[in-house]
Every structure is written in structure tokens, then in C-alpha cells.
Design a protein around this ligand. Structure first.
Ligand SMILES: [Zn+2]
Length: 367
């Protein structure tokens, strides 16, 4: 299995200059390759990676573009491979037609391959082609063969290195419990034991801050020094929100697969739900689909079963004790109810979670 391990890196002045140059050259080569492919196509010729690579060789030989020789040659070839992939995705109808890369895009990156150990981790440094040893925060161990490295600069100005590593799978035992989850808006989820997990609180605080700073940004003259300073400020808050949300999702998904043998969730069509205006922000914020993805890939390592219950199943309206369907519960505002048939008192979400668990188990038996 391949794993992407992301580390913050702290290039010195010389190294940042080289990284910026490589960003620029990769973008240039990508755009040159794209215009070659477009113009050749117009003249009725089919041009692929091989021809664009030949173009790169001749550009490097010419005096005008000899500066291309200063940067990592594998990174430049990689950008042509990326272009080729963009074309393949376009022809397979997975993506739109490849676009020219803009200088004004603040997400910058290039990728380079490990050839004969020119990418390696040594202490608090990552060795990279043309850069040498770059200071890094090695926040997790790198065990396995490094295939390639992507050097990125986020809009906040921070540098990162993502190492793609071959790792052998390590399996763990889970705690053997069973649980149903009902994801919510006010709470992140309620489980079939009536436990409610709250959304991380400080996120809301940062979101308020983000709105404030974004408003400030919109008042600045685009491209000015003050605008750029403010743009970085906004990007940093964005980064903070994403980091915190991911930490939360990782922590909670790991906890669930560790504890449980079976986890039943609703097969949410999150994309469909986000279209609903009012709820859109909250829904995308709590990132359920991301959470479910994490559950599924982590489940593999813990031997946990994830069972998806069809969405049309009326989990909120059905009494989990007697099965009575209460049509009055359709409204989201009803948080608690007593079953008219058997008298059981329900917390709306806890009842839904119990139903999701029961339904999941019955689906499992049916298989
Ligand atoms: Zn009942």
C-alpha cells in the first residue's frame, strides 16, 4: 500500500529560491506542453508525453530557455506526465479540458521521483534533489521505500513535503462492540448508546474570525501589498480550520474502529444534501462524507465492518422498541417523543441511531 506522509519543511533562503524557481519552471513546461499539444492537434497530429518530453529536451538545449537546466529535471518531466494524465482524464470524461496554469494560483507544487536514494529522511531533515538537506518537522516515522516527493507551498506561505511511501499493512484487533451512528447538525453524531459527540467548539470561533478577515480582504485593492498581507492572513485561518477539523475527524474515526466490530451508518447522499441552502454550511463543515471515508479505510486495518443503511429507511420516525412509525416526527424541530404505541420515551437522534444499528444488523444477516 502507498501512503502519503506530509511534513512541514523549513527551507533556508537559498533553498526557497530554488523551490520557487522549480514551481515556475514546472508551470512553464506544463503550459508549453499544453500549447504544443493544442497546436499539433489543430494540424491533425496526435501528440503525447513522448513528444512533449522531446520538446523539453530541445528547450533546454536552446540558449533562450537554458535556465530550465538549473532545476530538478525529473520535476519538469513529471509536470509533463501530469499534463498527459490531465488529457487522459479529459478523454475518459473524468475532467474538463486541461487548463493553462496561472502564475496567480497560490497553491504551488511540484513532484519529483526517488532515483537511487536522492530522496531520504535523515534526522530532522529531508534530503531532496537540487535542494540538499531541508529542515523538516518529522512528525511520524517513515518506514518503507520512498517513491516520490511533492513539494508544496500553501497560500499561507508555509512549505510542505509529501512523501509517498510503500508501507506494508499492519493489522490490529478491535474491541468487538456494535454501534449505530446518526449524524446530526447540532451534534456531530449520536450513537445507539445515546452518547452525543459535539462538534469541535473552537471551530465556530475561527469561522467567525474567517468571515471578518475575508470581509476585510474584499475591501483591499486586489494585488496591492496590503491585499497580499491580508490574503495570507485569511489563508492562515483557513489552514487552521482545515487542520483542526481533520484532527477531530481522525481522532474520532480511529476511536470508533478501535472499539467496534460493527459500525452501522446511514448511506448519506451528502452531495445531494449540500444543495439544500440553509443547511449547506453546517453540513459541509462537519464533513460527514470525509468522516465516513476515514471510517471505511481505517476499518480495514482493525477488521471492523462498516454497514451502510439505505437513506430512505425512516430511522427517525420508527420506534426502536415496537417498530411503530410515527409520521409526526418528520419535522426536524421535534427532538424528543413518546411512542404512542408502546409508550417508550425517545431522544430523537438516539432512537434513530438504534434503528440504524438494528437495520444494519438485519441487512448483514440477509447477505
Ligand atoms: Zn413503540
Amino acid at each position: 500500500m502507498n501512503k502519503g506522509l506530509k511534513f512541514r519543511i523549513y527551507p533556508n533562503k537559498e533553498q526557497s529560491v530554488m523551490i520557487q524557481k522549480t514551481f515556475g519552471c514546472s508551470r512553464f513546461v506544463y503550459n508549453q506542453g499544453l500549447s504544443l499539444r493544442v497546436s499539433e492537434y489543430k494540424s491533425g497530429n496526435s501528440v503525447g508525453y513522448k513528444e512533449t518530453n522531446a520538446m523539453l529536451s530541445s528547450l533546454k538545449k536552446s540558449e533562450e530557455y537554458s535556465w530550465l537546466k538549473e532545476v530538478d529535471s525529473i520535476a519538469l518531466q513529471q509536470s509533463l506526465r501530469d499534463l498527459d494524465k490531465a488529457y487522459k482524464n479529459f478523454f475518459a470524461k473524468r475532467a474538463g479540458f486541461p487548463k493553462f496554469k496561472s502564475k496567480h494560483n497560490h497553491n504551488k507544487s511540484y513532484r519529483t521521483q526517488n532515483v537511487g536514494g536522492n530522496i531520504a529522511v535523515a534526522g530532522n531533515y529531508i534530503k531532496l534533489p537540487k535542494l540538499g538537506y531541508v529542515k523538516a518537522r518529522i512528525s511520524m516515522p517513515v518506514n518503507g521505500k520512498i517513491n516520490n516527493a511533492t513539494i508544496e507551498q500553501a497560500p499561507s506561505g508555509k512549505y510542505f513535503c509529501v512523501l509517498n511511501v510503500d508501507v506494508s499493512d499492519v493489522f490490529y484487533l478491535n474491541g468487538g462492540c456494535m454501534i449505530g451512528l446518526d449524524v446530526g447538525i447540532k451534534t456531530f453524531y449520536t450513537d445507539s448508546n445515546n452518547f452525543s459527540l459535539q462538534n469541535p467548539k473552537n471551530l465556530a470561533r475561527y469561522e467567525k474570525k474567517l468571515i471578518k478577515e475575508q470581509r476585510r480582504l474584499s475591501k483591499r485593492v486586489k494585488g496591492s501589498v496590503n491585499w497580499n498581507r491580508q490574503r495570507i492572513k485569511v489563508a492562515r485561518i483557513h489552514e487552521k480550520i482545515t487542520d483542526q477539523r481533520n484532527d477531530f475527524l481522525h481522532k474520532e474515526s480511529t476511536k470508533l474502529v478501535k472499539e467496534n466490530q460493527i459500525i452501522c451508518i446511514e448511506d448519506l447522499n451528502v452531495k445531494g444534501m449540500v444543495r439544500n441552502h440553509k443547511l449547506a454550511k453546517t453540513i459541509s463543515d462537519v464533513s460527514w462524507s470525509k468522516f465516513f471515508d476515514m471510517l471505511e479505510y481505517k476499518a480495514y486495518f482493525y477488521g471492523t465492518e462498516i454497514i451502510k443503511v439505505p437513506r430512505f429507511y425512516p430511522s427517525s420516525q420508527t420506534c426502536n422498541c415496537c417498530g411503530y412509525q410515527n409520521p409526526n416526527i418528520k419535522k426536524l424541530s421535534i427532538r424528543e417523543w413518546a411512542c404512542p404505541a408502546c409508550g417508550t420515551y425517545h431522544d430523537r437522534d438516539g432512537n434513530a441511531a438504534k434503528n440504524i444499528l438494528q437495520k444494519g444488523l438485519s441487512l448483514r444477516k440477509a447477505v
